[in-house]
Design a protein around this ligand. Structure first.
Ligand code: 13P
Length: 247
């Protein structure tokens, strides 16, 4: 099980970031699940300095640019050297800010070129009666898998994050039954890109109002490989309880 805490822009001061990271590390030593925290760029540098740890680090975004005259950009090679192991690409909050499928595919490539593991977020904004949302999901996945080198495809982690379930409460999350269907659908879409049963081995996470109160049901009922957690990862007590609920 992989538990990824996306702090988004919830954590303000360096002090808070250090305390939250320390509490998460303590919780992570008591579980067999792998735990990853994804702080903002402002906090990533000093959290990475702490050395070997029970918790791995991810970045919330990566630049298209490689080293050079690109003011404001954080490149994949800078992240690798911190070291950071994971990069979130295609988060719905970045898609809402204008990121396209083509741009997300390029960012995924930049991450892979540097040996970082991309966590590719996909998910529909709303559910319609005639299942057009499945088509949205297919397009988001195919844009990336058709662009990256075949040898790199198996390295991508997929995070299914339906936008309608993000930032609410456990009640509003997907049901375990619906999640099973979405995971099967994602594997079906990926089958042509990952032959020889590769699609069955892709790590698929769910994100969208995962909290201590629903995480165990979602995990048990759906065969999901892990979770991408937003608001519940930005509070030390809540995230520790969530990690504990899975151990
Ligand atoms: P919430 O857990 O706050 O719904 O956020 C999910 C998410 O967007 C994680 O990337």
């Amino acid at each position: 099980m992989l538990i990824v805490g996306n702090w988004k822009a919830y954590v303000d001061s360096p002090q808070e970031a250090k305390q939250l990271a320390a509490a998460t590390k303590r919780a992570a030593t008591k579980t067999r699940a792998k735990v990853v925290i994804v702080p903002s760029f402002a906090h990533l540098g000093f959290l990475a300095k702490a050395g070997r740890s029970s918790v791995s680090l991810g970045a919330q975004d990566v630049s298209l640019a490689t080293l050079g005259a690109h003011t404001g950009e954080v490149t994949a090679s800078m992240l690798r050297r911190l070291p950071v192991s994971y990069v979130i690409v295609g988060h719905s909050e970045r898609r809402a800010a204008g990121e396209t499928d083509a741009l997300i595919a390029e960012k995924t490539k930049r991450a892979l070129e540097q040996g970082l593991t991309p966590i590719l977020c996909v998910g529909e904004t709303a559910r319609d009666g005639d299942a057009r949302y499945l088509q949205t999901l297919r397009m988001q996945l195919e844009a990336v898998y058709s662009t990256v080198l075949p040898k790199d495809r198996a390295k991508i982690i997929v995070a299914y994050e339906p936008v309608w379930a993000i930032g609410k409460t456990a009640r509003d999350a997907i049901s375990a039954n619906d999640l099973i269907e979405m995971i099967l659908y994602i594997r079906k879409v990926l089958t042509p890109y990952l032959p020889q049963k590769g699609a069955g081995k892709v790590t698929i996470l769910y994100g969208g109002s995962v909290e201590p109160g629903n995480v165990r049901d979602l995990a048990g009922g759906s065969r999901v490989d892990g979770f991408l957690v937003g608001h519940a990862s930005a509070d030390a007590k809540t995230f520790s309880a969530l990690i504990q609920a899975l151990s």
